[in-house]
Structure formats: C-alpha cells, structure tokens
Design a protein around this ligand. Structure first.
Ligand code: NAD
Length: 461
C-alpha cells in the first residue's frame, strides 16, 4: 500500500501473509544507539548464570509454542508445517546449547614468564551485533547466531530478509516481553537489504556484523563493514558435492541425495546437489535415484505436481533457475525420469540431470533450487574436481571403506562434511561456516562464544 511497508507473500499461492513497517535511516540509527545503551547498561554486566537462565527460557518457550512458530515459519517461506516444526525443535536445541555455553568459563590464567606477577585473559563481549539473515531458514540461521551472541553478552539488531520474515517477529516479541531479558537487548529492523541492511552495516554504534546470505552480498558487506572497523562473520553460498565411491551403499546414497538435495525445494545452502559418481556404479546409482525420487516425491502422472515439493520463494527465482537449466541442458545432460522443467505458479521441478560435464554451468553456479546433477567420472578424479569448486560449505561422502572416508575428509575443504549420512543428522555442538566463497569465520560449536567476544590481557603485579 505505502512504500514504507514491507509485504511478504505465501510462495504456494501468492497470497499476502503480513505487512511490516520498514525502517528509515533515522530509525536504524535510533535502534543501533539503543542497542549500544542496553549493551553497556544491562546485558553485558549481567552475571553469566542469569544470561544462561534467560536463554534457557527461550528454548522452553519455543518448545511450548512449537505449532505457532512452525506456522509462522512456514507462512512466507512455503515450507511444510512438519519441516518447519523440525526447524523450531532444532532452534530450541541451539538456544539450549548456548544457555549451557554461557556458563562455561573460557578465560585463561598464565604463569608469568618473568617470574613475577600473574597474567590472565578475560573475555569481553564484542558489543552491538548487526545480524542479517536470509529468507530460506529465518529461524534456524538466527538460532545458529543470536543465542551465542547473547550468551557472550552482546546486544543484537536483527534484520530479516525482505522476502520472508518467518517466525522472527514472534521470537523477538517474546524476547521483548520476557522479564529475564532487558528490553531491547534484541531489536528487529525490517526493510530492503540495500537500504536498511546497508545502513546497519555502516552504523558506528555497531561493532560486528553476523551475516548469512549469498556470496555476492556477503562480499559487499564484508568490504563495507571492515572499512568501518567492524568485525564480520559471514556464512555464504554453497555448491555442494556428493562423492559416490564404487563401494558405497547406492540405495542409501540415492535416498539421501533426494532427501537432502530437494529439501526446502533445494533452497538450502547445504543441499548436496552435485553428484560425482564412478562410472562403474553410475547406471545402478541413477536407477536408485529415480526410484528414491518416486518414493519421496510421488506424483500421479508426468504432469501433476509431486507431493511434498516446496515452491520457489519468488517467480523471479523460479525463472532464474529455468534460465540456468536452459543454458545447462544446451551444454549436454540427460533428464532423468520424474523431472519437470516447470510447474504451476512458483513451483518447479524436481529436475534430475544425468551425464552433466564437470564444467557445466549447472555445476558451476549455485542454482538454489530442486535440481540435482550427476557427473560420471572415475573416483580418482573426484578430488581434483571438488578442488576446482570455489565454494566450500558442505560435502557428502558415500563409501563402504573407512580408509577412503578418512582420506577424503582430510582432503576436502568444506565447513561441514557428512559421511554416509544425510544432512538431517546434525548436532548443535558442531561449528558451522565455510571455506573460500562460502564465508569467513565460524558460528556455533564449543567455541561459539569466541566469535562474539575478544580476549583482554591482564597483568597483576
Ligand atoms: P541475500 O544475500 O540476497 O540476502 C541475505 C540478507 O542480506 C537479506 O536479509 C537481505 O535483505 C540482506 N542484504 C541484501 N543486500 C544487502 C546489503 N547491500 N547490505 C546489507 N544487507 C543486505 O541472500 P538470500 O537470497 O536472502 O538467501 C539465499 C542465499 O543465502 C544463498 O546464496 C544461500 O546459499 C545463502 N545461505 C547461506 C546459508 C549458510 O549457512 N551458509 C544459509 C542460508 C542461506
């Protein structure tokens, strides 16, 4: 209606979901200043045990309101309710883990090398964190960062994507009314990335940017933030390889590729969508892949919409993927059974392309949709092909040999590696992040608070 409102839509049918007030430059400044004040006045100085208790209460709240959060998370992302419910449960586990970490003392005491006095380090919270997240997993990408930043003692200004807010409005409303948190320790800013995101990235009251999104935006944010003296943690795009060795359990590997590669309509940064399979087993693997597709995404006939497939976030995103497919298929490749190059509205796919060359545009660009490619090459060439990829977010290895698995995981430069497993198997105790074009820094895991704090060196005479 008016230009200062942000509207989000249901990708399944294009219906309006919600309208949010967009912040202007003055409001961005006001929110950042307020975050600085809350950081210094209350949150930073609160004992760690109290911060832990507060974080714990959020995990409990998420579980108690699981259905409400799942419905909100699904409404503008187009997820299934069951998928969204699993994400709320995953987010609760991350808040719980951060609550435990908040109490872990991680300073050091050092003997003095001169023989007198005592040296120690104390960790100091980074300050105000600007947190910018994407549309595909609003709650989970936030849960991988926000509770850890809070555990370290930071205050946070959170900016969701303009395409989907998911359940973040609900989450921040709860944090605002929860008496265990000072008011405004977490605030929301709505608006376009190029306006509100950029203003947040540059505001002098902000000490750090924690970003999740595309590589291009991430690089621009890193440059802008570092130029203003801010620290940056960024988890970016991926183009993830699945290595299928001749001794792999082909049925399990194919099932995991369909489950993980098409999850969220393939709009997942860690989706394993690019299969490298040894020619010795390629025919058998491809057959398993077609069968797994039919099992997981059954369709009445060749033209009807497969059950359970998620739509693309926007029509433009669908059209971009179709453009890539058109170019890629001109370079070669063979569509497997069950593939659909179009669908109603914002729906597309699934698309399974066999006999794709290693340098096909379909393997070189992040497609971010329900497209799985199969490249048939001898296992001896897997490492070289993977090393050629500029992304380093996730990788999947399928082999019956533990020595092959160990050799390969040592070789791979990817932030997350699954061996004989699909990505649904994950633990909040593990760090996340990428190599190369997939990002800088690490989030989560046992050292998560180090991302949001710095050591102060102290000498006591
Ligand atoms: P995007 O980069 O377009 O936007 C991400 C966020 O950045 C949004 O909130 C957007 O408003 C904001 N933004 C855009 N331009 C900005 C600017 N100039 N300054 C500040 N903020 C700005 O990404 P997207 O389309 O929302 O998400 C899809 C991308 O995110 C894919 O590349 C995907 O791989 C990546 N992603 C990565 C992870 C991960 O954990 N590595 C997780 C989810 C998504």
């Amino acid at each position: 209606m008016t230009s200062n409102l942000l509207s989000t839509f249901d990708p399944r049918n294009g219906r309006l979901v919600a309208r949010y007030p967009c912040a202007d430059a003055a409001q961005v400044a006001q929110v950042c200043q307020r975050a600085r004040q809350v950081f210094f006045d209350s949150w930073r100085v609160l004992p760690a045990a109290r911060r832990s208790q507060a974080l714990h209460s959020v995990a409990q709240y998420l579980r108690a309101h699981l259905a409400e959060f799942a419905a909100a998370e699904a409404a503008d992302t187009g997820k299934s309710l069951a998928g969204a419910a699993g994400e709320v449960e995953g987010a609760a586990a991350l808040w719980e883990y951060a609550a435990a970490l908040a109490r872990v003392e991680h300073s050091e005491t050092l003997g003095s090398s001169t023989g007198s006095g005592l040296a120690l380090t104390l960790r100091e919270a980074m300050g105000v964190v600007g947190m910018i997240v994407p549309w595909n997993y609003p709650l989970i990408t936030t849960a991988e960062r926000l509770p850890f930043a809070l555990a370290a003692g930071c205050s946070v200004v959170l900016k969701p994507s303009e395409l989907a807010v998911g359940s973040l409005a609900l989450l921040v409303a709860h944090l605002q009314e929860n008496p265990l948190f000072p008011t405004d320790v977490v605030q929301l800013l709505y608006g376009a990335g190029a306006a509100v995101g950029q203003a947040l990235t540059r505001h002098p009251a902000v000490d750090m940017i924690a970003f999740v999104g595309s590589t291009a935006t991430g690089r621009a944010i890193e440059t802008a933030a570092v130029a203003c003296g801010k620290r940056v943690s960024a988890e970016l795009g991926g183009n993830n390889q699945v290595l299928v060795y001749p001794d792999a359990d082909l049925g399990a590997a194919a099932d995991a590729v369909i489950a993980g590669g098409l999850r969220n309509g393939g709009q997942a940064c860690i989706a394993g969508t690019h299969v490298l399979v040894d020619p010795m087993v390629a025919d058998a693997f491809v057959l398993e892949l077609e069968q797994a597709l039919q099992r997981r995404y059954p369709a009445a006939d060749a033209t009807s919409l497969p059950a359970g497939l998620q739509p693309m976030i926007t029509l433009q995103h669908k059209q971009r993927i179709q453009g890539l497919l058109q170019q890629g298929l001109q370079q070669g490749g063979h569509l497997l059974q069950g593939s659909r190059l179009d669908g109603p509205g914002q729906y597309l796919g699934p698309v399974l392309v066999d006999r794709v060359s290693a340098d096909s545009i379909l393997r070189q660009q992040e497609i971010f949709g329900p497209v799985i490619t199969v490249c048939r090459v001898p296992a001896g060439q897997f490492n070289a092909i993977v090393a050629d990829n500029h992304y380093g977010l996730a990788a999947y290895v399928w082999t019956g040999s533990s020595s092959t698995a160990l050799a390969v995981v040592r070789q791979l430069r990817a932030g997350r590696i699954w061996v004989n497993a699909n990505p649904e198997f994950w633990l909040p105790e593990l760090p996340v992040g990428g190599f190369a074009d997939s990002g800088v820094g690490r989030e989560g895991g046992i050292r998560a608070l180090e991302t949001y704090s710095l050591p102060k060196a102290v000498i006591i005479n």
